[in-house]
Design a protein around this ligand. Sequence first.
Ligand code: HEC
Ligand code: HEC
Length: 259
Amino acid sequence: MILQSITTICAIGVIAGSSLTLDRPSAGSDTPGAASVPSEMIARGKTVFDIGCSPCHGLEGAGDGPLSANFRTRPRDLTKGVYKSRSTASGQLPTDDDIDRAISAGIHTSTMPPYLKMSPDDRAAVVQYLKTLAVRFTDSTEYPLEVLTFNQPIPATPQSIALGRAAYIKMQCDNCHGAFGKGDGVSSELQHDDFGNYVHTTDLTNASDFKFAQSAQDVYRIFSTGMNGSPMPSYAGTLQDSDRWHLANYVWGLHGGER
Ligand code: HEC
Ligand code: HEC
């Protein structure tokens, strides 16, 4: 199922040494729409959304809630179905787990709070409700999703970090993130996302500057899949698996590996 669609997803290419299979399958994540989701679950998700999310994201999810006006980074227009933090190939929809992760962890450096204390049932319901807001989720041509599998991580030894540093330069991450990761590369200014927000190029030496990543594995995932709708590209097809772990170790080590 996954392999069949590789040819149609040029952006991700074939990840050397890493198969493209679901690592944590969750119901509905690679099937179109919310067709199989009980209507009570959608109704519950709508209640959660209307109360907790619509003040920012707007009642229709278009990112135009009453609180949104003065935010530097505007709440996402969820009707577009464009998600920055995913485990799926560049340009693809997110899995349910990806959406759930963004809600639980929030988006650090933006106004989007973490919903760690929301009950798992409410979170699962709001995930399904979000999928009804964007028509992309009902389009069967968007499926199946290609989900990244994480092979065994490589320990962050000095040797791995040195190899990661070499990959960082070879892949020209420094163009945007700067020679030493401070977010001051030649192309770091005037970056915007597809929603018209100015996006600051992440200072990789500052733990507080990451929006999503909370581990070297998250770094591996994010530069592999890219951030849809954002200038941050996907590097899935361009680096072999071991080099991607070295690079993740280097990047995560730039701020001491803690947050
Ligand atoms: C205080 C405002 C605020 C509230 C409340 C809020 N969000 Fe957000 N949300 C944002 C902003 C701002 C962004 C865009 C961040 C960015 O692009 O950097 C965002 C982005 C998102 C994304 C995109 C994640 C991705 O990978 O790109 C999802 C999904 C989301 N919000 C869901 C929710 C849900 C569900 C709720 C309620 C449970 C909620 N938000 C409540 C402000 C908010
Ligand atoms: C064209 C410019 C550009 C290049 C090249 C680039 N990045 Fe980025 N990167 C960005 C921008 C802009 C953001 C912030 C995006 C946002 O907030 O929407 C970002 C964000 C990130 C993040 C932070 C994710 C988070 O949790 O917030 C990581 C990690 C990252 N980049 C790693 C890399 C690595 C590693 C490379 C090279 C393989 C690379 N980037 C190449 C522009 C770039």
